[in-house]
Design a protein around this ligand. Structure first.
Ligand SMILES: [Zn+2]
Length: 133
């Protein structure tokens, strides 16, 4: 995060972008030339919103990774020049945009994981304690 948490609208958008990284495992969809240097290039990492193996024919590419995701496209450049992204401009490329189709699915499953994790163990714990008493 590059700005202070000052409660501004920009900060709110930025928090959503950063949550994309931390809870939905999304990669940056903008290009950062500094990350291209061999010592900083982490191109082995898995990021669900970046496709490394697009299928291209006559300069038109499709991204097999999210071929079944409605509304998802295949645009060149996702953290790295050679990776592809699901949306032309979305939250992970520009903080003032909405999450793209793949981003939305990832946020949804992250929230479902959180709900499962938080609610179920608590109810099990309570039941166990009641049985012990
Ligand atoms: Zn980012």
């Amino acid at each position: 995060m590059y700005h202070a948490a000052d409660g501004s609208t920009e900060t709110s958008y930025e928090i959503l972008h950063e949550l994309g990284h931390s809870m939905a495992f999304l990669g940056d969809e903008y290009l950062d030339p500094e990350r291209e240097s061999p010592s900083r290039k982490l191109d082995f990492m898995f990021v669900p919103n970046c496709e490394r193996n697009p299928v291209c024919e006559n300069n038109i590419c499709s991204c097999p990774k999210w071929r079944n995701v409605a509304g998802a496209g295949c645009y060149k450049g996702c953290t790295y020049e050679e990776w592809y992204r699901d949306s032309d401009y979305d939250l992970m490329r520009d903080i003032y945009r909405l999450p793209g189709p793949v981003d939305t699915l990832q946020f949804r499953s992250a929230m479902n994981r959180y709900v499962d994790y938080v609610q179920e163990p608590i109810s099990i714990e309570i039941n166990k304690k009641l049985q012990i008493l």
